[in-house]
Design a protein around this ligand. Structure first.
Ligand SMILES: CC(C)(COP(=O)(O)OP(=O)(O)OC[C@H]1O[C@@H](n2cnc3c(N)ncnc32)[C@H](O)[C@@H]1OP(=O)(O)O)[C@@H](O)C(=O)NCCC(=O)NCCS
Length: 277
């Protein structure tokens, strides 16, 4: 599947989805937009206007506002506000709840989830951001993880792979033509992180314990985790090219689950908000 093309096509869908959501809020549509066998992926740029920033700040909880205030660089604070504000807005839209009423709690390794009762507790989501881009994953009941990375030209990917990849993966990377190795490294890195974030463990598990496919153009797969090969039958992974210069991956527990990709501006949240009023 050509993930880049999929995202381009999905931008029209995102607008339709937004309109559909506002119809749900007006009680006109009863359809469940997020199907039981789907993962919705949202790619959102984190560059926001002053107006969007003040809206997003207004829907953050006190601890989130404090966290935003602790960033040393204002650009990082702005990205955090945009990412958290968009997360609240999308969750609010899926669950038909005002975004500022949502409460997050954090697992032992820091993964956020929604506090409360059904249907909040079965909404599984994952967040990743890199520079000016965020990637969000949402599924009903299925654990999922996402990771996005900006492809940096100034890092030694072979050195990093020697430190963090398994010996098999390192050998594979070195066997590829030199001009494919950077992309292969990011394919491997994002798949590992997406899977570990889906499990909620993050980088508390050494990356080398999760072996993944990494040859550009070949299907994304988790090959084994801590020696267990059956994981490849239990988890589905999707390669993503969310924007030029970025690589991403999404992982979901389960088989026969479709990934639907949406691209939107942060203004989506405001649009939905005004549609509800
Ligand atoms: C989660 C983790 C992989 C993030 O990696 P990263 O590449 O720096 O950042 P990303 O942008 O991809 O992801 C950040 C998001 O992941 C989410 N997250 C945090 N911890 C997570 C975890 N354990 N599992 C899944 N997702 C997690 C958060 O939503 C966070 O976004 P936010 O900071 O805006 O709330 C890394 O921070 C990690 O491994 N954390 C666990 C560390 C740990 O073991 N802590 C010990 C207990 S305190």
């Amino acid at each position: 599947m050509d993930a880049q093309r999929d995202f381009v096509l999905a931008s029209d869908l995102a607008e339709r989805f937004r309109q559909d959501l506002s119809n749900v809020h007006r009680g006109r549509v009863l359809t469940e937009f997020l199907g039981q066998a789907e993962v919705h992926l949202w790619v959102v740029p984190l560059v926001i206007s002053a107006e969007e920033s003040s809206y997003f700040k207004s829907i953050l909880s006190l601890d989130e506002q404090e966290r935003a205030g602790r960033f040393r660089k204002s650009r990082d604070a702005q990205r955090y506000v945009a990412a958290r504000g968009t997360l609240r807005s999308l969750l609010g839209a899926y669950l038909t709840i005002e975004p500022d009423r949502l409460q997050f709690v954090y697992d032992a390794f820091g993964k956020p989830r929604l506090a409360g009762e059904e249907p909040l507790t079965s909404m599984k989501f994952s967040v990743s951001h890199s520079d000016d881009l965020a990637l969000f994953g949402f599924a009903r009941g299925h654990k999922n993880g996402v990771d996005v990375e900006r492809i940096r030209q100034d890092i030694d990917v072979e050195d990093l792979a020697a430190r963090y990849f398994s010996p098999n993966e390192f050998k594979k990377l070195r066997s590829l033509p030199a001009d494919q190795r950077r992309e292969a490294f990011y394919c491997g890195w994002t798949r590992k992180e997406a899977y570990l974030k889906g499990r909620g463990e993050g980088l508390s598990v050494p990356l080398e314990r999760v072996e993944v496919s990494l040859t550009p153009g070949e299907p994304a797969m988790i090959l084994k985790a801590s020696g267990d090969r059956s994981v490849s039958r239990r988890w589905t992974v999707q390669h993503l090219s969310p924007a030029s210069g970025y690589i991403g991956a999404a992982a979901v527990e389960g088989r026969d689950i479709a990934f639907r990709c949406f691209r939107c501006e942060p203004a989506l949240a405001r649009g939905r908000q005004s549609a509800c009023e």
